[in-house]
Design a binder for this molecule. Structure first.
Ligand code: GRF
Length: 200
């Protein structure tokens, strides 16, 4: 009898980030020994973003976006498509995704937001501004939201949330620290689980 041959389906991830990229580093680490998932590229809008040092160290190709072309040109669609991504992962990416990209990758763009959406989302709600607003409102909990990206800020379907208790003595910085821990603990697994739901 002939042995059955299974072809392993390989997923390509394209990671978008504007900052230091600690989530990017964590995602790379998580999938390092997974033969089914390959990080094919890192996309950034900032030439001096820390995430580019990670790309260099890991030998991962970089695509640097330029504003005019991203928002008023072809949205870098030809360059992004060349990576043949199964998923576009926004991990601290601060630019809004142009409609051309949302339409080219329906249900294939995931964002992580450092609060429990729909609270503390929308334009201007990123990084420390989120944690400062959470603190100012005296919230007793915050968390993370991983959601699909549509044409509005922080708006697409939520696929995962996790929360953490806040104490009266928490500062925006300590809240940021708690949120980062949640992100590291959950984001890669959520990506892996979501990949398994995608049609071939
Ligand atoms: C994370 O808190 C993420 O949720 C937010 O931006 C931050 C990025 O942090 N959207 P890092 O660059 O991954 O350290």
């Amino acid at each position: 009898m002939q042995p059955k041959l299974f072809r392993l389906r390989t997923h390509h991830l394209l990671l978008f980030a504007s900052g230091t990229g600690s989530n990017v580093r964590n995602i790379i680490e998580f999938f390092r020994h997974d033969p089914a998932v390959h990080i094919t590229g890192i996309v950034s809008n900032k030439p001096d973003a820390g995430v580019l040092l990670i790309a260099e160290k890991e030998n991962i190709p970089v695509l640097l976006l330029e504003k005019e072309r991203f928002f008023r040109g072809d949205a870098f669609l030809p360059d992004i498509s060349k990576f043949n991504p199964s998923l576009l992962i926004l991990a601290g990416f601060l630019w809004k995704v142009p409609p051309a990209l949302v339409q080219a990758f329906p249900n294939r763009i995931l964002n992580i937001h450092p609060a429990l959406l729909p609270k503390y989302g929308g334009k201007g709600m990123y990084g420390r501004f989120v944690h400062e607003a959470v603190k100012a409102a005296g919230e007793t909990e915050s968390g993370i939201t991983i959601h699909l990206v549509d044409e509005q800020y922080d708006h697409g379907k939520t696929i995962f949330q996790a929360s953490v208790n806040l104490l009266p003595e928490d500062s925006p910085e300590s809240i940021a620290h708690k949120i980062h821990q949640l992100e590291y603990n959950h984001f890669p697994q959520v990506i892996r689980d979501y990949l398994q739901t995608l049609p071939a």
